[in-house]
Structures are given as C-alpha cells and as structure tokens.
Design a protein around this ligand. Sequence first.
Ligand code: FES
Length: 145
Amino acid sequence: MSFNFSKENLQKIEVLKSRYPSPQALSLPCLWMVQYQEGYISLDAIDEISRVIGTPSMEIYRVATFYTMFHLEPQKKLNVQVCKTLSCKLCGSDEILEHLEGKDVNIVHVECLGSCGTAPVMQIDDVNYENLTPDKVDEVLKELK
Ligand code: FES
C-alpha cells in the first residue's frame, strides 16, 4: 500500500524545511504528520518521508522505532502508555497497571511523561491523564470507547 502526504501536510513540510537545521531533524514532525493522517506509520510512509526530506529511510525508521508513541501497525485497541518512572511508581502506577491488565487495551510501559507532579500518569493519543486511580482509569476508558 502506497502512502502520500496530504496537500496540507506537504505545505507544512515545505515551511518546516526552512526552520529546521537539517533534513534529519524533520523526521519527527513528519512522523507525527503521518500518524495523524493515517493512524499509524507504514514502511511506505517512511519511504515517502525519506523521499520528501532527503534522508535515508533507515534513519527515519530508527527514529520511528525509538519512540514508543509512534505506531508502526494499525491500532486495533486503545494504546495506553503508563509511566513507570519513580514518581509514578511511588504514587501507585503498579496499581494502575494491574487494573489495566484486565481491560481490552494495549498497555505500553513508558518512561517519564513529564507530569511527575500529578502522578500516576497515563497517556492516550497524546493526552495525559493524571492523578489516576482505578476508578478514574475506568472513567477515561469509558469516555474514549
Ligand atoms: S515520573 Fe511519571 S510522569 Fe514523571
């Protein structure tokens, strides 16, 4: 299956080219554009990013596979990223993880989500859900399904 950026995204990339110090630096915003456009990042999309910004596909692939927030396959279930770093751990992330294990979601253990003061934290589709309790997790999942 081939991939093409939308006209709007191609225009955004042209604007960004003048703002970024190197083509490689454009990999991240381009990966986000693909994910927002298609819901996931296919190998064809990586090749298209490569062609558009002039960076080898392998470099873009390495970036896409390094970060846990990028999906390389279509997501059949809700992707729930749960912080397992110290503040969240001390504030109950283990209980949140245990609670999520019985749910029909993909659980991804991630490092700090940058919201330590409101631990424990999970992230779904770029939105942080903070000060979690099992009840709050249920409320969030109910809203999103
Ligand atoms: S430690 Fe969990 S958000 Fe920072």
